[in-house]
Design a protein around this ligand. Structure first.
Ligand code: ZN
Length: 283
C-alpha cells in the first residue's frame, strides 16, 4: 500500500475491521467482544442491520430485486452520485463521490445477487429472513456478500463523517450477476468507465476472505482461469483393423499429462500481478 495515499489505507482498515465475514457464505458471526470502542460496536450493529435488510430481499442471480436501491439510498446521503447501468437482465450500480478524474480513485466492488437457496428444510433459519441468533447472522448471502457490502457502506459513512474533504475520489460498483454468467456485470461497467476515461487506481472487493477470525486474511488478488477448446482429430476405420485407425479418446488421454502443465496454477498460488511474499492470492 502506498503510504502517500493514507485515506485508502484508512478505508481498507475500516473495511477489514467491519468485515465480519467467515468463509461459510450463509453465516456471519458478529463478535463484538473484541471491540473496545462503543462507536465501533455501533458501526458493526449498523452493518449487521443493513446486511439483514439486504438478505431479506430475494435476489437470486441475475435479479437484483431492489437491493441496489437500498444501497443507493445510503450512498446518496453521504454525497455519492449514483446511476444504474442496465445491460440485458443485469442491473449494475455505479456510484461516485468526487470528481471521477480526481486521483486516486478508490473503488469498492461487490455483487448483490446470491445463488439459489437449495432445499429449505436444510436451513437452520429461513434463507431470506436474516435471523440473528447468539451473535450469528443466518441467511443466503450473509457472507457472500451482502455482509461485505453492508460493511463497506457503513465504513464509508463513518470515514466520510470524519474526512468529508478527502483527497481523490471514491467509487462503488455493484452488480446483480456475479454468481451466474457474469457477462453483463462488472465487466461491462468497467468497459463503460473506460469509455468515459475514468481510471480506477485501486479496488477493494468485499468478498469474504477471513478464515477463522475477523480480518485475519486480506487477499491481494484473485485467481484467474484460462479457458479454451481442444479439438482432437482421429482416423475412422473398422474395429477389426485397429492399427489403421486412430482413437480420439486415446489421443485425449495421451494429451492430458502434458496438458496439465498448461493448466492453471493451483489455488492459492500467485503470479507476477498478484504477488506478495506472505499473502496468498485468490479467494
Ligand atoms: Zn461473491
Amino acid at each position: 500500500m502506498d503510504m502517500k495515499r493514507p485515506y485508502s489505507l484508512v478505508l481498507l482498515l475500516s473495511t477489514a475491521v467491519y468485515g465480519f465475514c467467515l468463509m461459510n457464505p450463509n453465516v456471519s458471526k458478529v463478535d463484538t467482544t473484541k471491540m473496545v470502542r462503543p462507536s465501533t460496536t455501533a458501526a458493526i450493529g449498523k452493518a449487521a442491520d443493513l446486511a439483514r435488510q439486504l438478505i431479506r430481499i430475494e435476489s437470486v442471480t441475475p435479479n437484483d430485486n431492489g437491493c441496489q436501491a437500498v444501497v443507493q439510498q445510503h450512498l446518496d446521503k453521504i454525497g455519492f452520485a449514483s446511476e444504474t447501468l442496465q445491460y440485458q437482465d443485469v442491473t449494475n450500480l455505479w456510484a461516485i463521490r468526487g470528481d471521477p478524474k480526481a486521483s486516486p480513485l478508490v473503488v469498492f466492488a461487490g455483487h448483490t445477487d446470491v445463488v439459489t437457496p437449495g432445499p429449505l428444510e436444510s436451513w437452520t433459519h429461513p434463507p431470506f429472513e436474516g435471523v440473528v441468533e447468539d451473535g450469528i447472522l443466518y441467511g443466503r448471502g450473509a457472507v457472500d456478500m451482502k455482509g461485505g457490502i453492508a460493511s463497506f457502506v457503513v465504513a464509508l459513512e463513518r470515514f466520510l463523517s470524519k474526512h468529508p474533504d478527502h483527497d481523490g475520489s471514491i467509487g462503488v460498483i455493484l452488480t446483480s450477476d456475479e454468481e451466474g454468467e457474469a457477462v453483463f456485470g462488472t465487466k461491462e461497467v468497467v468497459s463503460e468507465l473506460t469509455r468515459r476515461g475514468t481510471v480506477v487506481d485501486m479496488c477493494i472487493v468485499g468478498e469474504p476472505s477471513s478464515i477463522s477470525t475477523t480480518g485475519d486474511t486480506v487477499k491481494v488478488g484473485r485467481r484467474g482461469s484460462l479457458g479454451g477448446e481442444l479439438m482432437i482429430h482421429g482416423i475412422q476405420g473398422h474395429v477389426a483393423y485397429v492399427k489403421q485407425i486412430t482413437d480420439c479418446s486415446v489421443l485425449l488421454f495421451a494429451f492430458l499429462p502434458n496438458g496439465s502443465a498448461l493448466s492453471c496454477q493451483s489455488s492459492g498460488s500467485q503470479n507476477t500481478f498478484f504477488y506478495h511474499p506472505q499473502i496468498p492470492a485468490s479467494f
